[in-house]
Design a protein around this ligand. Sequence first.
Ligand SMILES: NC(=O)C1=CN([C@@H]2O[C@H](COP(=O)(O)OP(=O)(O)OC[C@H]3O[C@@H](n4cnc5c(N)ncnc54)[C@H](O)[C@@H]3O)[C@@H](O)[C@H]2O)C=CC1
Length: 400
Amino acid sequence: MGAGLGRARRRGAAGRGGAGGRPGQPPDAADLALAGAVLAALRPVADRAMAHFFALMFLRHPELRAVFPAAMDGPREQLLRVLRECVRHGDDPAALRDRLGPLARRCRKYGVLSGHYASAADCLVEALARYGSGWDERAEAAWRRLLAPVARLLVEAAEEDARATPPWWQAEVVAHRQAAEGVAVLTLRPDQPYPFRAGQYAEVETPWWPRVWRPYSFGSAPRADGLLTLHVKAVPAGWVSNALVHRARAGDVLRLGAAEGGMTVDHASGQDLLCLGGGTGIGPIGALVEEVAEHGAAGRRVEVFYGARREAGLYRLAELRELAARHRWLTVRPVLSEQGPAGCPPAGELPEAVARQAPWHGFAAYLSGPAPMVRAGAAVLRRCGLPPGAIRHDLAEQQV
Ligand SMILES: NC(=O)C1=CN([C@@H]2O[C@H](COP(=O)(O)OP(=O)(O)OC[C@H]3O[C@@H](n4cnc5c(N)ncnc54)[C@H](O)[C@@H]3O)[C@@H](O)[C@H]2O)C=CC1
């Protein structure tokens, strides 16, 4: 038994007279400590435990196998992330609901029905029992108390979502442009009204990789003609991104999940905005700028730092400069990290360039781009004194 599991169990024993709470009770701090210790001890075999969970689910619900992708590494990683979130927020129903809503929405795309969630809780307990070291009835009781409200919240979120939106939209590619080396901008026409905000993203499925969904940010704000754009970089071993960049053509039909993410602008506040867009991460930043232009800047300043390795990578610079020429509230600063303009040295990584222009007090920051850039950028801005609530990006908490 791991030391953490032992400590957590002693805390559970002290808190509950050694008996643990009754089934049906919400999880308490001792349950969450014990559940967290089980997950921590599971780390070396976590992937096998998640694979065992899906094997049990597919055995009991064979209809689900056909709707999940052939390669299950993505769903296994997602499930583990969700379990960590459930442990972290298990005693806060509102926080849990916020985190489980998007999961319920994603599961609808896979054809998961309300009845599957209770069964999933049983399969998870069985998978944890098989792979969790030092698993005993107290650990099982803690996990069951944690999973019961989780399953209930997932059912509620899925049913609420089903009343409001379809599980996915069909979207026709109406234009496909190679914007830079390995980067394409796709313009899509959804088959029915598609609600979203600038700064959000959606999962996308291509006809070439059925049931493999990958998230992409919108590269444009909502438009009157209903069209939207995606900026996609073909990444090594990225099945979906390579298909979207090198294979997709006008006339192809993709599937779009519902819009997700909270990297949106509060147009009522008028707070100044500091935006960092690295590579294709300029997609949602450009969308935010478009949305501010549409709503009116309301006296705010918008400062955009646009980073790329070389000049050819700044494929959206001309468009952003054109907007800046029309709107005095907008400043756009290109930052090259490997090759400066003729005769100039490179300016360094994007976060360093932002730090050089500090102070940024009072700004709301939006970061989009490669994960190391987002992490480094968020750290720089915290050092510049921005409170965590003023720094927005899409990286999951545990990736920061
Ligand atoms: N919502 C989001 O956060 C979005 C993220 N992306 C992601 O953005 C990435 C774009 O990739 P590329 O175009 O190849 O970007 P890239 O590798 O060419 O880098 C772009 C910029 O990021 C900075 N950067 C890169 N690595 C850094 C590090 N370790 N520390 C500090 N700064 C760093 C560079 O200075 C450069 O200015 C993709 O991984 C894509 O998935 C794309 C769209 C939206």
